[in-house]
Design a protein around this ligand. Structure first.
Ligand code: HPA
Length: 244
């Protein structure tokens, strides 16, 4: 039976208690090898992909996004709920806030960001008017409302190459360009999902104010700590979403 739903877990999200009968599968394709956990939730098989690999060992600029999305496509996945830890460019999105990303600004530099590499793969220019699936966003918004979890219904995700954090000057520039959130992973993940014709939505969780807005220098520890503090809220939301 095909697995229709996948969760791509960003920093600090995975919790095995979400599923029963968990098994690990190594999936190989022309882009590489991806490890996916498959588990049962209320009788349905769900795939869980840990974006940064076991023990958070793969940095954002080295994630094999193409292998990951192709692996989910091969499983039969039609809907991806992704989570992402982000920095905030706006006072109205303080640490702990959830945001449904609806647009992105791409500042990545050296990533394999398409399946359509010409030749036999074809020259295809994919539409990006709605990069994040409006239908899945609505499902998440309704699930959040049922659980009394606040989630903002739109936000522009600035994707940087990383793995370094940004300079305050960069953050001022991103803000003046219309960015709301900053992270290092949504592009090309969302683009590849669109190319693979998989509905894709991202729940962003603010872990910090971005550089220059935050009163203190940023550390990965701070990101992990805020994730940990809010992980149970995120899990509650994901489980409610899975009930659809
Ligand atoms: N910048 C980039 N990526 C991030 C941040 C940030 O401030 N916080 C969490 N991921």
């Amino acid at each position: 039976m095909a697995i229709e739903v996948a969760i791509i877990g960003g920093t600090g999200v995975y919790d095995p208690r979400l599923f029963s009968d968990l098994r690990d599968e190594l999936l190989e394709n022309e882009y590489g090898t991806t490890s996916v956990k498959i588990g049962l939730y209320k009788g349905k098989e769900i795939a869980f992909l840990n974006r940064h690999g076991a023990g958070h060992s793969v940095p954002p600029h080295l994630v094999n996004y193409r292998a990951n999305i192709k692996a989910l496509k091969d499983l039969g996945v039609q809907r991806i709920f992704a989570t992402a830890a982000v920095g905030s460019l706006k006072q109205e999105f303080p640490p702990g806030a959830f945001v449904l990303v609806d647009q992105f600004l791409d500042f990545t530099k050296q990533r394999e960001s398409t399946f359509f590499t010409g030749g036999e793969k074809g020259v295809i220019h994919i539409d990006m008017t709605e990069p994040y699936c409006p239908h899945l966003r609505e499902i998440i918004a309704q699930a959040a409302s049922r659980k009394g979890i606040e989630i903002a219904k739109g936000g522009v995700y600035v994707c940087t190459e990383g793995p370094r954090f940004e300079t305050p000057a960069e953050i001022r520039m991103y803000r003046s360009l219309g960015g709301d959130l900053v992270g290092m992973t949504s592009v090309p993940e969302v683009v590849l999902a669109r190319e693979a014709e998989i509905c894709y939505a991202t729940i962003a969780m603010v872990t910090n104010f971005a550089a220059g807005i935050s009163p203190t220098p940023l550390t990965h520890t701070e990101v992990l700590e805020t994730m940990a503090q809010n992980a149970s809220k995120l899990q509650t939301l994901l489980l409610e979403v899975m009930d659809n």
